[in-house]
Design a protein around this ligand. Structure first.
Ligand code: HEC
Ligand code: HEC
Length: 414
């Protein structure tokens, strides 16, 4: 958070010994402490190659790519969360178009659905750090509850009611299977049917290893199976170095104390002053601001003005496959993202427009009262004009090369 130099709370995964091919039970540990730089080699059990999905998860898999459940007949979860693109968008639009005519724009960029399977509901950590929850503002408590949102949102799959969605489900190819799993009269109770759709989608995302393969080059490096090349190692060192990138302070890169693999996020929230994106139609209204934790989509924290402008730290796994970056999709190129990180404060004129009086309108996507919430204390944001950026152009290239080791599906012997 803006004035915090405290350690950030972090969430670590913990694999108990795996038995059989059934869904492994995972437990969640909450650790506190600064993210950091260690790259200790501690082999852990690899997830099984095949896993048997529960009946609910198998239904969830079908629902995930079923476009017939949308008002347009053309949109499914997989349309925006494409499995071939790390379950994120495959186009470079800042926001997607949905609704019955596929013409209603959303207000946020599509996040990847990878590595969310153990995430708990939103909470405030002991030191007050907002943490976890689904969506970029933590507004959904569970994956099941989250799934309801796109199914019913006017700018997404646009069912007008639970009854409307249930009527579409009644015509789905797998409706008999749905009845077998959730009860022969389930469709007579639309609210419950929608809840079961959410549950099925949740189980699919929690059980199917496609959502958390942990088979990136970096995972194999941590397991001691391969080496990173010199540019990747330089990038990793810059990523971890608290005086250089300091990226690991929020995008955790080291194993947890229990040996759990790093997720490259601590699931905390921060306000980093991302520039306003004129490509989002809602932003045509100068009075409209997406303020993340404090609204307008989420409304239970609207009195916490200190949280206005804070968004969830996303995982950096698969980040080089992302088409747009940040909650508002303002950047389409990772080199620009890194340039923004290190030159936001040394060269604000590169990122922000000029106000009427000729001054730079720094942090232009926040109302004046909330600009002070932007993080200006932690490296790499703690600079002033005239100072050297935390990373040079060559160092940015090395960090990007390192980020390439975080893509799922790395073949040791292709
Ligand atoms: C029109 C594009 C679109 C469709 C269709 C869509 N989503 Fe999303 N999804 C988004 C966007 C945009 C967000 C970010 C929303 C926010 O932060 O408020 C999101 C967020 C999520 C998240 C939270 C991710 C996180 O980091 O916390 C999950 C889980 C999710 N979607 C699952 C689904 C499922 C399941 C479906 C199908 C029922 C679906 N989505 C359909 C665009 C879409
Ligand atoms: C103080 C916490 C913090 C630090 C330090 C930090 N980040 Fe981030 N990062 C965030 C937050 C918060 C977001 C999401 C902001 C938003 O959407 O508005 C983010 C988003 C990103 C994204 C966009 C990912 C996506 O899917 O859209 C990239 C890339 C990224 N960070 C890379 C880095 C790198 C590289 C460094 C080190 C130079 C770094 N970050 C340092 C908090 C941090």
């Amino acid at each position: 958070m803006s004035s915090s130099t405290l350690c950030r709370s972090s969430i670590a995964r913990h694999f108990p010994p795996l038995s059989g091919t059934r869904t492994a039970l995972f437990s969640l540990l909450l650790l506190s402490g600064c993210g950091g730089g260690g790259t200790a080699v501690t082999p852990v059990a690899a997830p099984p190659a095949t896993i048997t999905l529960s009946a609910a998860a198998l239904l969830g898999q079908k629902i995930f790519s079923d476009t017939s459940l949308s008002a347009s007949g053309q949109m499914a979860c997989a349309t925006c969360h494409n499995p071939a693109n790390a379950h994120a968008q495959s186009n470079d639009l800042s926001v997607q178009l949905g609704g019955a005519n596929q013409q209603i724009p959303g207000t946020r960029a599509v996040p990847s659905l990878r590595y969310l399977n153990l995430l708990p509901a939103f909470f405030f950590a002991k030191d007050g750090t907002p943490t976890a929850g689904f969506n970029r503002d933590g507004s959904a408590a569970t994956l099941a509850g989250q799934a309801r949102v796109p199914l019913l949102a006017a700018h997404e799959m646009a069912n007008i009611s639970a009854a409307d969605l249930t009527a579409r489900l009644a015509k789905a190819a797998y409706v008999e299977e749905f009845r077998q799993v959730f009860g022969s009269d389930i469709l007579a109770a639309p609210e419950q049917a929608v809840e079961r759709i959410g549950f099925a989608l949740q189980q699919y995302q929690k059980e199917d290893h496609d959502f958390f393969p942990f088979d990136a080059k970096y995972d194999q490096f941590l397991a001691g199976k391969i080496a990173l090349n010199s540019a990747e190692l330089r990038g990793l060192a810059l990523f971890n170095n608290p005086a250089k990138g300091n990226c690991a302070a929020c995008h955790v890169s080291a194993r947890g104390a229990d040996g759990s693999a790093p997720l490259f996020t601590d699931f905390s929230y921060d306000n980093i002053g991302v520039p306003r994106n004129p490509a989002i139609p809602a932003n045509a209204d100068p009075a409209y601001f997406d303020l993340g934790l404090c609204g307008p989509i989420r409304n239970d924290l609207s009195s916490r003005s200190d949280l206005c402008g804070a968004f969830k730290v996303p995982t950096l796994r698969n980040v080089t496959t992302r088409k747009v970056f940040f909650h508002n999709g303002r950047f389409t190129n990772l080199r620009d993202v890194l340039g923004f990180y290190v030159r936001r404060d040394t060269n604000p004129e590169e990122w922000y427009p000029r106000a009427a009086d000729g001054s730079i309108d720094k942090f232009d996507d926040l109302p004046a009262a909330y600009k002070k919430n932007v993080n200006t204390v932690e490296v790499p944001y703690n600079r002033l004009p005239g100072m050297a950026p935390a990373l040079s152009a060559q160092e940015i290239d090395d960090v990007i090369t390192f980020l390439g080791t975080l893509n799922d599906g790395y073949q040791i012997n292709p």
